[in-house]
Design a protein around this ligand. Structure first.
Ligand SMILES: CC(C)(COP(=O)(O)OP(=O)(O)OC[C@H]1O[C@@H](n2cnc3c(N)ncnc32)[C@H](O)[C@@H]1OP(=O)(O)O)[C@@H](O)C(=O)NCCC(=O)NCCS
Length: 410
């Protein structure tokens, strides 16, 4: 066998990589080196970085955030405490929590030009695109030297600004697209209540605020999904924190990622339109037969297990189910789809499944679900950009080239 043949044979046997490939290294011509590197489509099971931020401990079914179980955090602490934990690596005491709230409140406004920008978008603009452009626009308000500063201090200050402003951009971009009047933040309201107020245009009740705050916590951080990876890849060029967050917005828009919460509720509504709970089983079976995906199910890391966030959040559904006349029927559909997926595929809901339904029951417009996800995730993204800049190594992987070579130019 030629040396390339040996390499190919070893590459197909990952258990030999630590031995075979390393031993072969000194004997290879330089151009053969990329042939030697292990290839994992979609970077599945590849360790891309070390981190002290979070970890999906699949074996113990736990999402570890700075040493704590995210689900316990979501049960016991408000979203902003968990955001503080991500940024400052400790849970805040009462004074620290109050100072953090005050810092966010101080940044909770938009320049007038931003409201002008939001009214300029064509009405067909996707709210995620408006949010992406809006956050990008805000970067221009930073002093250029401060914008380029990648120190922890500077990143945290800019990060807090993004965290405070993103919900205002998201909610009001959607309002502008709908031709509705802007609803500016109310300094008397806390973060989650303010966000919901700008979305709904009316004062939310305590129960809705509590559920919404827990949803934000469930979305706050989740190890290295595509969007967080995108942010770290961008940050690794020493580009600024706005650029990294904007890149994450672009990634999160995709239906295989953040877009799944919207797709999940749209599916439940489609089944409702087609005949309700009695139709749900046949609907899922039809889709599976056609090899189509059921949105809000499955996960690259959890896959055949239950996403712990989905378990926590599904308990809120009975509390909100009567807020819409069609709530109970949709709940029956929700449960049937879940049971059929478990029976047919052994695949369970991810967090987007209950979140899509809960936001709908609260009266949140569907096109805002993914922007809400992004606004919640900003805290995690800030932590990742800080960490990337503090211990940077430029991301630059190689390819397995399968195209032609040696063509002569006619
Ligand atoms: C998240 C997701 C992209 C991960 O997929 P992945 O790691 O690439 O997994 P694969 O595509 O290799 O799927 C493995 C198997 O599970 C099945 N599967 C995974 N998710 C499925 C879903 N939502 N509906 C139906 N089947 C699904 C695949 O069809 C495949 O089955 P097979 O082995 O019988 O062919 C995938 O589960 C999905 O598309 N889910 C729907 C979108 C979603 O909810 N995204 C939010 C994630 S938080």
């Amino acid at each position: 066998m030629t040396s390339m043949g040996v390499i190919r044979a070893v590459r197909r046997r990952p258990h030999l990589w630590p031995y075979g490939l390393t031993a072969l290294l000194p004997y290879l011509r330089k151009e053969a080196m990329t042939e030697l590197l292990p290839y994992s489509p979609g970077l599945e099971n590849v360790i891309a970085t070390t981190t002290r931020i979070s970890y999906l401990d699949v074996e113990h079914e736990q999402i570890v955030v700075r040493g704590y179980d995210l689900i316990e955090l979501a049960r016991k602490r408000p979203y902003l405490d968990v955001a503080y934990l991500l940024l400052y690596e400790k849970l805040p005491d009462a004074d620290e929590a109050a100072a953090f709230r005050a810092a966010l409140r101080q940044e909770a406004s938009l320049p007038d030009e931003m409201y002008r920008l939001l009214s300029l978008f064509p009405k067909t603009t996707d709210p995620m695109d408006a949010l992406r452009t809006g956050l990008s626009f805000l970067a221009g308000y930073e002093d250029p030297a401060f914008l380029a500063d990648t120190s922890r201090e500077a990143n945290l200050r800019k990060g807090i600004r993004i965290l405070a402003k993103a919900p205002i951009v998201a909610a009001n971009a959607y309002r502008a697209l709908q031709g509705q009047a802007f609803v500016k933040p109310d300094p008397a309201l806390d973060f989650s209540e303010n966000f919901l107020w700008m979305i709904l245009g009316r004062r939310p009740d305590d129960q809705a605020v509590r559920v919404f705050d827990t949803i934000l916590t469930c979305y706050i951080e989740h190890e290295l999904p595509n969007s967080t990876f995108a942010a770290r890849v961008i940050a690794s060029t020493l580009s600024d924190i706005y650029a990294a967050v904007v890149g994450a917005v672009a990634s999160l828009k995709g239906p295989l990622h953040g877009g799944a919460n919207e797709a999940a509720i749209r599916m439940l509504l489609e089944i409702y339109e087609q005949g309700g709970a009695a139709r749900a089983e046949a609907y899922v079976l039809d889709k599976l037969r056609r090899k189509e995906r059921i949105m809000g199910f499955g996960h690259r890391v959890y896959m055949r297990r239950y996403d712990p966030r989905a378990l926590l959040l599904r308990d809120f559904i009975p509390l909100l189910v009567d807020r819409r006349p069609e709530g109970r029927e949709l709940y029956a559909i929700y449960q049937t789809v879940e049971a059929v997926m478990a029976r047919e595929k052994g695949i369970h809901p991810n967090t987007d499944y209950p979140i899509g339904f809960l936001l709908y029951l609260m009266g949140v417009p569907i096109p805002l679900y993914t922007p809400i996800f992004l606004c919640a995730r900003v805290a995690g993204l800030i932590a990742h950009v800080v960490e990337q800049h503090e211990n940077n190594r430029l991301y630059r992987p190689r390819v397995l080239y399968e195209g032609p070579r040696g063509l002569s130019v006619p």
